[in-house]
Design a protein around this ligand. Sequence first.
Ligand code: ADP
Ligand code: ZN
Ligand code: ZN
Length: 732
Amino acid sequence: MPEKLVLRVAVPAPLHQTFDYLPPRGVEAGRLLPGVRLRVPFGRGERCGLLLEVRVWQEQGERTLKRALALLDGTPLFTAEDLALLKWASRYYQYPLGEVIANALPVRLRKGLSALPVHTPVWRLTGQGSMQAESDLKRAPKQAALLRLLREQEGGMTREQVYQQFGACGPTLKALQQKGWLQMREELPPMVRGDAVRAPTLNRDQKVAVEAVKQDRFAAYLLDGITGSGKTEVYLALVRQVLEAGRQALVLVPEIGLTPQLIERFERRLGMRLAVLHSGLGEGEREHAWQLARTGHAPVVLGTRSALLTPMPRLGLIVVDEEHDLSFKQQEGFRYSARDLAVIRAQRNDCPVMLGSATPSLESLQNALAGRYRHLTLRQRAGGASTAKMDLLDIRSLRMDAGLSPVLLRNLEETLAAGNQALIFLNRRGYAPILTCHDCGWVAQCRRCDARMTLHAASGLLWCHHCGSQRRRDPACPECQSEDLRSLGQGTERVEEVLATRFPGVGIARIDRDTTRRKGSLDLLLEGIRKGKYSLLLGTQMLAKGHHFPDVTLVGILDVDQGLFGADYRAAERMAQQIVQVSGRAGRAEKPGRVLIQTRHPDHPMMQLLVREGYAAFAREALAEREAAMLPPFGYQALLRAEAPGEAAPGAFLEAAREQALALEGGSVQLWGPVPAPMERRAGRYRAHLLLQSESRAELQRLLADWIPRISRLKSARRVRWSIDVDPQEMY
Ligand code: ADP
Ligand code: ZN
Ligand code: ZN
């Protein structure tokens, strides 16, 4: 009997297995390479799967294989290394391989459509257009402006690039084309835009860091340097080296760090266009950047979490900036950590990976202490800035004005009088977190969550920040009809109100999700801050990341205490990171910053340590606490979550799953629970979880591999929505 070749295919489906197919009619299986897409019959429909391997069919017997319907790609979309990474991630995070692959593909490609060509329409001036006098266009100012813009861009511009600077202007482009002043050609998007701007001379610490990194071989580096110490310059120097060697570099930044300023800084310094990937892009732009990376046309990819999965054939360096940031962990579906996967990817590609932060995660610090990562430190602010001095403000028994203590208010006054800017940080948006009846004690609750509604005064709405539901503010108490409803506590909206009455005539920039909802509004506020239009900056964690405000000399942190006693064991780490990150936004050489932290627990030892000795000392102590309790990074965790509309179903399912795990397990993995989630009801569903913990990552992984595929066979699994989260970052 002749050997029969069959195709092993990963199909996007919530099943922990792959599937075998006969090759499509007319396609010779032996010539197919892994990494091409196939349309295959699946259940009663069709799916777009990815070829994993071509293998010899050995099984005897009656079972007949279905035939794949069509081959969708001529060449593989993923290299062998990239496919190996996706397989690794599927196993490690216990998420079906077909779905992991879908996460790594642009939407159109997931659906089986053919990949867009890497060529794109590029607009540039014709000879006539470049000679044309603008005075001929007096009555068409838009056309004149566009002409001016393109005159500066010899390489031409893609439609997206034009729109970015100019807003949608299709008709204007057309009009100029019809006059014969503009032409459009399909080509690779212009990469080079002028010469690279010269880098500053690196200081000693920076040089040591750059020289420590060995190209062409795997090693992980932790770049530990305060805000403004010149980490980005180190990344840029490394990226340049990699480009000179003809390889590609991948730079990951947190969601909020990917600002137009950062993109521009990289492009100016490298003298080229980057392939930029983030969730705010349209599907077309996203796919285009993905294609440029995959085909090797884009030497540098800059992006947020999901950019980590972009195929790159000549990958030579990965950088993860602000590696402690939570946005690197996907919190739904395929719950991967882009930071952790970056290290695995670098290992498989045998290239260096650099994790940078002013406040490294305890995981990365421990890896550095244990010698797995090389620890590089930048000790000083580059460009001569000094670091801010921190002080705790004891606010027990003080009369507060919307969360602002008299001491802080006095300091604000002095700062403004001296002509400087001040920044106030409060990680709570809205007007007040509680609306209550003064007569009977009723509190406005969300009907779908175990949570209070936040009052938003400007819109007159009560808003649940957990499920997003809204309703009009009650005019009277629904329990006792009293009209004496009062708001307690404060959010940024209320603090803004108080500041406006206290400091009339002073420009206040409030930056939170409510004030930055509209596209471009954040940039407008930031520009106003740079230009000195605002003297008071007020905001949530959106203010704490990515930006630098050199004229800010005072930072006030209104409420840190929740971090000290949070239900989550990571609360203290997050609080410390937040304080240090906010503080790092302020000050420069001639204007050193001061940080005032309001607290009701001024004697708390961890807080004292942070303020007196800094983040490194705090982190050492926090690591010692984790080690004593065998918590991550000294123990390894996975969280099985379940939710359902009925109260009993999650617990029943988790109990059955627990029995299953116990039967499989020798005892080295501890099972905690099931217990209700900290917020048991959310968006109308009851939630519970079961925590798994082990001192051995390998043993935890072994149990998960045996157990997770069986869970879906439990009868009680059909009555809940469940998910497994490996290395969970949040416990809710
Ligand atoms: P980080 O990424 O650590 O916050 P940056 O790389 O953004 O720090 O550097 C902060 C500022 O200092 C930037 O304006 C940068 O241009 C400048 N800078 C960095 N390194 C040097 C250097 N070696 N000499 C002069 N200026 C520098
Ligand atoms: Zn009442
Ligand atoms: Zn809610």
